[in-house]
Design a protein around this ligand. Structure first.
Ligand SMILES: Nc1ncnc2c1ncn2[C@@H]1O[C@H](COP(=O)(O)OP(=O)(O)OP(=O)(O)O)[C@@H](O)[C@H]1O
Length: 755
């Protein structure tokens, strides 16, 4: 039995991992895969490069495959308008399309909420033409809100723009706003809900005990057709209610309206229809994937999408379709990917939000929600979006039928992460393999002190070092002794120090982190002035053989340029990938030996992710930071899209607290924070850039010593491998014994046969 089989993975996926030459699961895979396959919500913190992508991609592929197989076996052939064929659908409250704490009786005509918060659900049939009506009777004290909602709406009616409600406190609600309407209602009252699609725009109104309360809403123009069908919706707070869609005599059916369950079939859509379509990954309300994976950057989304594409090839009957939905690409291309239905969507928040809001991507079938680099997703302001997406997922069911949420990162300890976990996870299991110190042992850390007072090479003028203009209006020069001057000097000195470092270590592949897009542009210009060039981009200059060949991966570059840059770097066509923190998370560059921080990140957390690009999959890596001895004045602009360094009207670069757009950056302090996080000091390289003795001694045992970075860690067998060997040892001993017996038997037979 292979070690992956022990985790419960299906043979097809095991063939896939074998093809990738993954012999044993990594610890994070061993811990997470069985829990995810078992239906649990998980929060997984494990060091960078420890195989977290496989830890969710493998079980999610298996679960999606199982879901599709089950859906196919339930109904198979799609019958797009079964309603039309079988007469009007039986309308009832759905036992599926609801909050888990919203109890629905057998037969779907009674509902109850015993909890203090709002919970709700919808009916199985919705209308999109004609004039339709249904009734709700309040059976207890407690709060009740009723009305109409599309299937993409949140269960709390009126909280978003996809539902229209009327509450027992005498308020109507839509798009999160509540206004006085009608009269309050309560125990024993019968609320009539009317939708009139013969008007343009369509109209929603309500009655209480047959008394018309007047028009409550006219629907937005775009809310038309089957994809925007309105389903009866009820939400309750510690209350009980019963519904009547017309299968029982209605108490107050208004003139000219049809009971919902008696309305003409062509005016209705049913969940049965929706679910059949969803089995194919598409539905009338847009493409309906089964799994949604949210990534903090386009590059990372692409990488995870590629891993899933590689693995899904091994799964047939049914085949799984996956799509990459990221910003910075033609929206038509994103929509085209969704046409015909997909089962797994990997993407970034902005484009996913757009497609959900335009109805092109429906979340009504999502069963698996994965937040990769969850802390980063929250840092970049995605909390509301995550909650909004979450409100659109179906959350009914128990065991393996319910929505499963998975959160992954190397750093999952912030309050924001804990808070969102409380709101979207159901009793999550925390798998914390490394705790806060999520740095692989395979990474060595060193620093290069950069002191412009001692090292005067910043005064050289060839090749020129472009800087960020932050000191354009400051008094600077060779003999000026001011903080501003030393700051400018550091900016001129760092690229030269970097060049010395590259030469000393004969670096052939290195990721170079800068602080801003503009810093990346400037460093690229310096490398090009050294003769860097970019052969991959069709230029004549040399690539890999040029010691300073480089490409840039930064947020300001187009998606295509970023993709090409990363590919060129991964393929070894250029030596340096100059990047911002957009590349700090998740990027997997096989056997990368070096990471250089030209500027330290302002949070120790980001240092962990940056240096996590090396030391992956048990390969040794070296992280080198250029640390300034003096403070640097750097850009700090919160105004989106504004580039003060390009502003011709800007007169000075006052600091942020003075109303300007700069801050003083203290790398000595940042270094202390990082050392505290690493729990050891970061040693300085020697004056000739050689490694400090203790680190040199550590890599000395490795083949090629100085060249050890990027190579496998030698002479070590992982704890996991040892554990596995121990487990299979008795079986191996028994096998060897049986083989011994069989051979003995064979030879004895041969001996007798010869006689
Ligand atoms: N079981 C395994 N055996 C061997 N290699 C593996 C295994 N699982 C993953 N890998 C390899 O390890 C590398 C790192 O994996 P992955 O990108 O999933 O790390 P990660 O934990 O997500 O890192 P980060 O925190 O930086 O995102 C990849 O090259 C991957 O192919």
């Amino acid at each position: 039995m292979s070690a992956f089989e022990e985790l419960g993975l299906m043979p097809e996926l095991i063939r896939g991992v074998e093809e990738m030459e993954w012999l044993l699961p990594t610890p994070v895979q061993s811990e997470s895969v069985p829990l995810i396959l078992g239906g649990g919500d998980v929060m997984v913190a494990a060091e960078t490069g420890s195989g977290k992508t496989g830890a969710f991609a493998l079980p999610v592929l298996q679960l999606v495959h199982e879901t599709l197989t089950e859906r196919q076996s339930k109904g198979g052939a799609s019958a797009p308008n079964s309603a039309a064929l079988n007469g009007p659908p039986q309308c009832q409250l759905s036992t599926h399309d609801k909050d888990s704490l919203f109890a629905v009786s057998n037969g779907g005509l009674r509902c109850e909420a015993t909890v203090k918060g709002w919970v709700g659900g919808r009916a199985t049939g919705g209308a999109f033409s004609g004039k339709v009506y249904y009734e709700v009777t309040c059976e207890s004290v407690g709060l009740c809100r009723v009305g109409w909602a599309t299937r993409a709406a949140s269960y709390e009616i009126g909280k978003d723009r996809r539902s229209f409600g009327y509450g027992s406190t005498g308020k109507k609600s839509h798009g999160g706003s509540f206004e006085d309407y009608g009269t309050p209602f309560g125990k024993g009252d019968i609320v009539g809900c009317l939708a009139d699609f013969t008007q343009s725009p369509a109209i929603v109104r309500f009655t209480v005990n047959g008394q018309d309360k007047g028009m409550a809403f006219s629907l937005p123009e775009h809310m038309k057709g089957r994809s925007n069908a309105l389903f009866p919706a009820v939400c309750l707070k510690a209350a009980t209610a019963s519904v009547n869609f017309g299968d029982q005599p209605l108490k107050h059916l208004p003139h000219g309206y049809a009971a919902l369950s008696k309305a003409p079939a062509e005016a209705l859509t049913t969940v049965a229809y929706e679910e059949e379509a969803e089995a194919d990954g598409s539905s009338s309300s847009g493409c309906s994937p089964t799994a949604l994976i949210l990534e903090p950057s386009r590059d990372l989304a692409q990488q995870v999408h590629d891993v899933i594409s590689d693995m899904r090839k091994h799964l047939n009957a049914p085949t799984i379709r996956n799509a990459l939905i990221v910003g910075g690409t033609d929206p038509r291309a994103s929509k085209a990917q969704l046409q015909g239905g997909v089962h797994i969507v990997t993407g970034t928040s902005g484009r996913i939000k757009d497609l959900v809001e335009s109805g092109k991507l429906s979340l009504s079938s999502v069963k698996y929600f994965i937040l990769d680099e969850a802390d980063r997703l929250l840092d970049t302001g995605n909390q509301d979006l995550i909650l909004n997406l979450f409100s659109r997922f179906p959350k009914a069911g128990t065991g393996t039928a319910r929505l499963q949420v998975m959160m992954f990162s190397a750093t999952l300890h912030s309050d924001e992460v804990k808070d969102i976990a409380k709101r979207i996870c159901h009793q999550p299991i925390l798998i914390d393999l490394k705790g806060k110190e999520a740095v692989p042992e395979a990474v060595d850390h060193v620093l290069v002190p950069v002191d412009p007072m001692e090292d005067r090479s910043w005064l050289q003028s060839h090749p020129p070092v472009p800087t960020d203009n932050a000191h354009k209006y400051d008094h600077t020069g060779p003999n000026v002794d001011s903080a501003e001057n030393w700051s400018q000097a550091v900016k001129k000195l760092k690229p030269r120090v970097l060049q010395r470092l590259i030469d000393a270590h004969k670096m052939e592949q290195c990721l170079v982190f800068c602080r801003t897009n503009f810093d990346c542009d400037n460093l690229e210009a310096f490398f090009n002035a050294l003769g860097g060039g970019q052969r991959w981009a069709g230029r004549k200059e040399s690539g890999k053989e040029n010691p300073y060949s480089c490409v840039v991966l930064a947020g300001a570059r187009s998606t295509d340029e970023r993709r090409e840059a990363l590919q060129a770097f991964k393929e070894g066509a250029v030596r340096f990938l100059i990047c911002t923190d957009v590349a700090a998370r998740g990027l997997d560059i096989s056997g990368l030996p070096y990471v250089v921080n030209v500027t330290l990140p302002d949070r120790a957390e980001d240092y962990i992710h940056r240096v996590g690009r090396v030391g992956r999959a048990e390969k040794l890596g070296l992280a080198i930071s250029l640390v300034s001895k003096v403070p640097e004045k750097v850009w700090y602009c919160k105004q989106k899209g504004y580039k003060p360094w390009m502003d011709p009207k800007r007169k000075d670069a006052g600091t942020h607290d003075q109303g300007g757009h700069t801050i003083w950056y203290d790398e000595q302090q940042l270094l202390k924070d990082i050392e505290q996080r690493l729990r050891h000091p970061v040693l300085a390289v020697n004056a000739d850039m050689s490694l400090p003795q203790s680190i040199a001694a550590r890599v000395a045992g490795q083949p090629g010593s100085g060249q050890a970075y990027g190579q496998d860690k030698m002479g070590t067998v992982s704890k996991e491998a040892l554990k596995h060997l121990e487990t299979i040892k008795p079986a191996m001993d028994r096998l060897s014994h049986l083989e011994h017996l069989a051979q003995g038997f064979y030879f004895r037979r041969c001996k007798y046969a010869k006689r």
